[in-house]
Design a protein around this ligand. Structure first.
Ligand code: GAL
Length: 362
């Protein structure tokens, strides 16, 4: 059966690297409804979520009468910079950017500012530049808290159970979200590490020891293999904190190759994020335990509304209680709420919520 991911990849035209889609074609401002053109720079097509993001942002902009130029940087920061440079040269009216490397866009955003092109930082905060106008994302610390809470509840740590072995994974070191996910989780897990109800047998728990460059599943799989070989010859791992579904799938592969998923060695609790199709299926099959669902339709809608408001001279709605400082200035932000999903509620949240059809999850 064709997966949703495969279908989306086909739409995205998987052959061309790096990929550019001119959603409506035509020149700037030539939309029949006179909306103008908005450049969208997404980080990668290797993860299903970003394909969904790209499609949803384009759809929202088109429904408001804009043309959209969507590009994917395929996880290459330099390629993303040159794609954004091209969009600036084409004099798009606004830019919506999900950065690959959050500190690599300084120069190109100077050019955007010189051309008076407003910039919306999408999902990942762009750091180290004054030339970013708004930020739209989810409450990223809450994502980490939901993952940690799941582990705490399933292991019944509040009832004093333990000790349990846990291993920790974090996201890409060049993505600002990585820090928020990690801090959100560790804030809740640290007391149990201190009380030794949770033990990290690998000894790797500092953020710099546990990051996964570009959120790459096979990289996480290799690290998990090394950990299992070195620290688990005579013990079992009870929980894995994973910040993202692609990493969870890599960790699961490593665990299976070490004999987990059997009566003698059940799989540990494994968290995740993004409710990607493969992971939701894995949850239904009883392998991955949990994911954090972020409704990308909402994220895309808020981003498109922000662009529309800016271009029509209105002030976009923001809602974050504390300023998101990018190292140069506080960036006004709109944050959405994530939801924890496991086997018990996936049908209610994802199927009844219209994110996947029941057929897609078969
Ligand atoms: C993060 C994003 C996560 C996940 C990850 C890997 O920036 O917030 O939801 O998608 O990238 O793509």
């Amino acid at each position: 059966m064709r997966t949703r991911r495969a279908a989306l990849a086909t739409i995205a035209g998987a052959a061309s690297l790096p990929f550019t889609l001119s959603a409506c074609g035509g020149d700037k401002g030539s939309s029949s409804q006179g909306g103008g053109t908005i450049g969208i720079a997404m980080p990668t097509r290797a993860s299903e979520r970003w394909l969904t993001d790209g499609k949803s942002v384009v759809k929202n902009l088109e429904s408001k009468g804009y043309q959209a130029k969507l590009v994917y940087g395929d996880d290459d920061p330099k390629a993303q910079v040159s794609q954004i440079e091209d969009l600036v040269k084409q004099r798009v009216d606004a830019l919506i950017i999900a950065a690959i490397d959050n500190e690599s866009l300084n120069d190109v955003l100077e050019k955007a500012a010189a051309a008076k092109i407003p910039v919306i930082s999408y999902d990942r905060l762009i750091l180290g530049t004054k030339n970013v106008d708004y930020y739209v994302s989810f409450d990223n610390e809450q994502v980490g808290r939901l993952q940690a809470t799941y582990i705490i509840e399933k292991l019944r740590l509040e009832d004093g159970k333990g000790p349990f072995n846990i291993e920790l994974f974090a996201g890409s070191p060049d993505d600002n979200n990585t820090k928020y996910f990690y801090e959100g989780s560790m804030h809740l897990l640290q007391p149990y590490l201190d009380s030794k109800q949770l033990v990290v047998q690998s000894g790797q728990s500092k953020l710099s020891d546990i990051t996964t460059l570009r959120w790459d599943g096979p990289t996480a799989q290799k690290r998990m293999n090394r950990i299992l070989a070195k620290s688990y010859a005579n013990r079992t791992v009870d929980a894995v904190l994973s910040p993202y579904d692609g990493i969870s799938i890599g960790v699961l592969s490593a665990l299976k190759s070490y004999g987990y998923d059997s009566d003698r060695k059940p799989l540990p609790i494994i968290t995740g994020q993004d409710a990607e199709l493969a992971s939701v299926k894995s949850i239904i099959a009883g392998e991955q335990s949990q994911t954090v669902y972020k409704d990308l339709r909402q994220l895309a809608e808020v981003a498109a509304n922000m662009a529309d408001d800016i271009l029509k001279g209105r002030t976009p709605r923001v809602n974050s209680r504390r300023a998101y400082n990018n190292g140069v200035k506080p960036v006004p932000a709109y944050l959405l709420q994530p939801t924890s999903v496991d086997k018990s509620n996936y049908n209610y949240v994802l199927v009844l919520g219209g994110y996947y059809t029941a057929d897609e999850l078969k």
